[in-house]
Design a binder for this molecule. Structure first.
Ligand code: PSU
Ligand code: MN
Length: 301
């Protein structure tokens, strides 16, 4: 039921570098046609670094690892594609429905296939008011129990970043700055929240992953790579945009997994497309960093 496509299986057999990519950001996190552009830029960046991209999605009854270019196009069209997190995998494969995998579901599938590194934009986390609503992404628990390193630019901008860091600590997830000492705020390079651990190269990142394994720790490592400086936004501006979008979602009474897609739209409109430009740039850069870490990891094996 986990369909590792031949090119990916071969690379894994040879011990070559493979980077898993999530597909929810393509189907549900970005508007068309920028979503397809994002997928193409991520895959190209991974290949430029000499690694193989393996986007994950649920298709025709299997969790596919390494979807084809045509399948990526259909995921980007988005019609009838469910948002698939860990709890949805059994039901979606049983019904044969298509699903785009979140960070949680992607990490789970990657871990099962023996892929050690994945890339995304921002992970899910604890929503604002999450201490009452319990809207806490399954991404956090999955990273805590699945041995896959996740390269991201922190958590989605719409979340409570401070509560998200607390939840990650509870789950035993190492949160490591990649070339930074602070937790990025997705569209902005820093949230002002400090991180206790940092690495400054793919080799240091790979060494940390190896140590996590050797200690017998079960989960992944969260590497936080700030968005590229050329496109990053000012933290105060991001905060103003996000709080007004969050208020609009509350007024509509949205809950659960509908919240994120609803919030991302007004951010792009209100910022005249700048949030989208940052989002694409950081997705590409995270894919590149993940490929470098995967290459270092595979040369250590
Ligand atoms: N960050 C974004 N856009 C997204 C996501 C994250 O900027 O679309 C997706 C990722 O796939 C992440 C998921 O795993 O949202 C988390 O959703 P939830 O909060 O419903 O668990
Ligand atoms: Mn959620």
């Amino acid at each position: 039921m986990i369909d590792v496509r031949p090119e990916v299986a071969k690379a894994l057999d040879l011990g070559a570098a493979v980077v898993a990519l999530e597909s929810t950001v393509i189907s549900h996190g970005l508007p068309s046609p920028r979503n397809l552009e994002a997928a193409e830029r991520m895959e190209a960046a991974v290949r430029e670094e000499g690694a193989l991209p393996a986007m994950v999605a649920v298709l025709r009854g299997s969790v596919v690892i390494g979807v084809s270019a045509e399948e990526i196009t259909s995921l980007a069209e988005g019609a009838g594609i469910a948002k698939a997190t860990t709890r949805d995998l059994a039901a979606l494969t049983a019904s044969g429905s298509a699903g785009a995998t979140t960070v949680a579901a992607t990490a789970f599938a990657a871990g099962r296939a023996g892929i050690h590194v994945m890339a995304t934009g921002g992970i899910g986390g604890v929503h604002r008011g999450g201490e009452r609503s319990m809207d806490i992404s399954a991404d956090l628990a999955e990273i805590g129990r699945t041995p896959v390193a996740v390269v991201c630019s922190g958590a989605k901008a719409v979340l409570d970043l401070s509560l998200t860091l607390e939840a990650l600590e509870t789950l035993g997830v190492p949160v490591v700055g990649y070339g930074t000492g602070s937790f990025p705020a997705f569209y902005a390079r820093s949230s002002g929240l400090g991180l206790e651990h940092r690495v400054d190269s793919p080799e240091e990142a790979a060494a940390l992953i190896a140590r996590q394994r050797r200690l017998g720790l079960p989960g992944g490592v969260l590497f936080c790579n700030p968005p590229p400086a050329e496109t990053a936004m000012d933290p105060a501006e991001v905060e103003a945009l996000v709080s007004s979008a969050v208020r609009a979602a509350e007024e509509k009474g949205l809950r659960g997994k509908e919240v994120t897609p609803f919030l991302l739209d007004p951010l792009a409109t209100e910022s005249a497309g700048r949030t989208l430009a940052v989002n694409l740039a950081l997705l590409e850069d995270n894919a590149r960093v993940a490929a470098r870490i995967a290459a270092s990891t595979s040369s250590m094996d």
